[in-house]
Design a protein around this ligand. Sequence first.
Ligand code: 4AD
Ligand code: MG
Length: 474
Amino acid sequence: MPTPQQRTRIKDLLTANQPGSPNPDDAVVVKGWVKTVRSSGGVAFVQINDGSTLADLQLVVAADCPDFPLVGQLTTGCSISADGLLQESPGRGQRYEIHTRRLELLGGADPEEYPLQKKRHTLEFLRELAHLRPRTNTFGAVARVRNAMAFGIHQFFQQRGFLYIQTPIITASDAEGAGAMFRATTLDLNRLPTQDGQVDNSVDFFGRPAFLTVSGQLEAEIFAQAMSDVYTFGPTFRAENSNTSRHLAEFWMVEPEVAFCDLDGLAQLAEDFLRSIFAHVLATCPDDLAFFNRFYDRELIATLESIVAADFERMTYTEAVNLLQSSGETFQFPAQWGSDLQSEHERYLTENKVGRPVIVTDYPSSIKAFYMRVNDDDPDGRQTVRAMDVLVPRIGEIIGGSQREERLDVLQSRMAAAGLDDAPYWWYLDLRRYGTAPHAGFGLGFERTVQFATGMQNIRDIIAFPRTPRNAEF
Ligand code: 4AD
Ligand code: MG
C-alpha cells in the first residue's frame, strides 16, 4: 500500500514478495523512530519502528554509506528517514532488512532527557507518559488491536444491515436514571446567577441543566422505532468515583438497538457479536496477539479461540444466586436475592462455574434501570425485569442490556418508583404513545472488550488518554 508521502510502511516491507508489497532488491524509502543502535565490525545496525506493525525494521549502514558518520548522532527516540535496498536478512530475528544508501536525521531525542529508554518500563510509569507510550511495543499493539476491533464491530453490524447512527454527547436526560452525570455548563462557578436562592439555570447555555451522556440508548431507541436495526458507537461518561481496573470516567460504548426483538433474540445477537469480533481480531492481529500472549497472558489466544468456538452459558439471576449460595465459596459479600451481583460473584460464575462466557438474565427490578421490561411476578411474588448481563472471565460484565418496556403505563409507574420526573423524558414516553413496538438493545463496553482481547490488567492502558477520578492529564 503506498503511503501518502511515498514511503513504504515497515509492515509492507516485512511481508515482501506478497501482492502490494515490494520485492527484494527494490529501492525503498522508510521513515520511523529509532529503537536501538549498535555497531559491529564497522557496520551499524539501526532498529526502527513506524507503528504499522509490532516488528522493528533493521537498517544496515555500512562504512561506505556517505551518511555513515550520522549514525553516531542517532539515539533511541529520534526520527529518521532512510533510503536503501530491501534485502533478505542473513541475521536472526528478521526476514528482511534495508541496506542503507542515504540516511537523514529528522528530529533528535536527547538521550539525557528522553524518558523511554531501552529497558522495560512499568505500565504505571508509562501512564505518566501517555504522549510517548504509543511508541512502546505494548501500546502500539493495544492501538492496533483497538483499531481492528472497532473495524470488526462496524463490519459485524453493517453486514447485518444495521444503520450506524450518532447520538448526542450533550444531553438533558439521564439515560440510566442513576445520577452519575457530569454537568456541562458555561456558568461562572465563582459567581453563580441565582433566582430565589437557587441557581438560575435559565441563563445557562442551554437554558436548562445539561450533562455529558452516560449512554446513547434512549436516542438509539428513537431510531430503532423508525429504522428497526441501528447501532451507536461513541464516547460515554460516568461521574462515578470508581477507582478500579475496569472503570473509566470516559469510555466508548457500542449500543445496538433492535425493533421487534425480545430478550432471547438480543442474547443471541450479543453472543454472535462477541464471537465475531474475537474471531476478527484473531484473524487480523496475529502478531500483536502473540505478543500479548507471551508477555501478558499465557492463556490469551487459547481463551479467545475457545470463546469463538463454544456456545455461551445462559442462566437467570435467580439461578445464579442459587448457584452462588450453594457453591461452598466464601465471598466477601454473600450472594443474596435482591442485591446486585458483585464482581467476585460474576467472576466465580464465569471463571470457576462454567469456564466460558455466561449470559445472566431476569434481574430484580429494584437493581436495574427504569426502561427494562417488567416480567410477571415469579411464584414467590418477586418482580424481575428482562435484563441481561454478559459476563466473561477476568473482566466480569462486558455487556449490559435488556428488552425495553414498551407499555406506557408500566414504564410510567417504573419511572415514578425510581423517583424520575416524567418531564425531561416526554419524547421517550411519546415512543410508547405512537406505534410502540417490542424492542431490545445492549451496550458493550469497548475498552473492557479490548482489555479482554489483549489480556491487559488495567483499563487505563486500553484507552489512549484515560480519564479517572483526579486524573485528566493530556
Ligand atoms: O451496563 P451499562 O451501564 O448499560 C447501559 O448504559 C445501557 N444503556 C446500555 C444499553 O442497553 N444500550 O453499560 C454497558 C457496558 C457495561 O457492560 C460495561 O462493559 C461498560 O458499558 N461500562 C464501562 N466501561 C468502562 N468504565 C465504566 N465506568 C463503565 N460503565 C459501564
Ligand atoms: Mg451494567
